[in-house]
Design a protein. Structure first.
Length: 281
């Protein structure tokens, strides 16, 4: 066992030594070593070079788990904005919000990161799981001072105003004004706005807001993704809405979900009926 630990440590050292010389291929192999690699990344998370710290965050994001969590929280305080955003995205995608919400250090780290200028959608959305007056104040300050800035939840996701994820988080915290703002946005939503809403349904607990987003089931505007370039017809918002609502609400339907084709009118109607029957107003 001791020899295995030494071997892992040596592999980490060799991978980052190679990275300093411009060879990053070895680092991509580190996640295969599992959770035991996470604590060995701490020194590289504090390296003077941003590219080394970025690679450490990438490995932590791939590994996930209990061992990686405190280091990802630490990375939320990195001086590099891109690294802070990558750490927030890793926390959003790799951990259940309910798990993070049990960690008081997570709430403090997220708030500090937001106050330091991390307006990444992932960071704002996660802060909505930590009820505290100071968190609500931080989110309102983002809406008021930086709401028109642009952000996205993933590299391939829609770009939206920073105010949108901040208001989703505030609504999660019970802010009625933020909820009303969301309803106004839904009423005039662009394709990007509606795609964003569908991608963050897990972070929306208001039946009123969920019912409002249901209008996407009637939206025939086409979206990118799901179908290979040049093939057709392209998917529509209503198709993405079927996927999102069935998964978010665990709706019972008699057809299989797919991310690569359109749904029939009857299949869409089935989702609408199931939502109306199971979701309170």
């Amino acid at each position: 066992m001791a020899k295995q630990a030494v071997d892992v440590e040596q592999q980490v050292e060799q991978a980052f030594r190679a990275a300093r010389e411009g060879e990053f291929g070895h680092i991509s192999q580190l996640p295969a070593l599992g959770p035991r690699v996470a604590p060995l990344l701490a020194p590289y998370l504090r390296d003077d070079r941003a590219d080394i710290r970025r690679e450490a965050v990438a490995v932590l994001a791939a590994v996930g788990g209990t061992a990686a969590l405190p280091l990802l929280l630490e990375a939320l305080g990195d001086q590099d904005a891109d690294i802070r955003e990558r750490a927030a995205r890793a926390l959003y995608t790799r951990y259940k919000p309910t798990t993070l919400a049990r960690d008081k250090a997570a709430g403090s780290a997220l708030r500090a990161s937001v106050l330091a200028g991390n307006h990444a959608a992932a960071c704002l959305l996660l802060l909505g799981y930590f009820p505290a007056a100071e968190n609500e104040q931080s989110l309102r300050a983002v809406v008021e001072g930086f709401g028109a800035e642009r952000t996205k939840l993933s590299d391939w996701g829609p770009v939206v105003a920073v105010a949108l994820p901040a208001q989703v988080a505030l609504s999660q915290l019970g802010d009625g004004a933020a909820r009303e703002a969301l309803l106004r946005t839904i009423d005039r939503a662009s394709v990007a706005d509606m795609e964003f809403f569908l991608s963050v349904l897990r972070d929306i607990d208001s039946p009123t807001v969920l019912h409002a987003i249901k209008k996407a089931l009637d939206d025939d505007r086409e979206i990118a993704g799901g179908i290979p370039s040049g093939a057709g017809p392209r998917r529509r918002l209503r198709d993405a809405a079927v996927d999102a609502f069935v998964r978010r609400l665990n709706l019972k339907v008699d057809f299989e979900l797919t991310d690569s084709r359109r749904y029939s009118d009857e299949q869409v109607a089935q989702v609408r009926r199931s939502m109306d029957a199971s979701l309170p107003r």
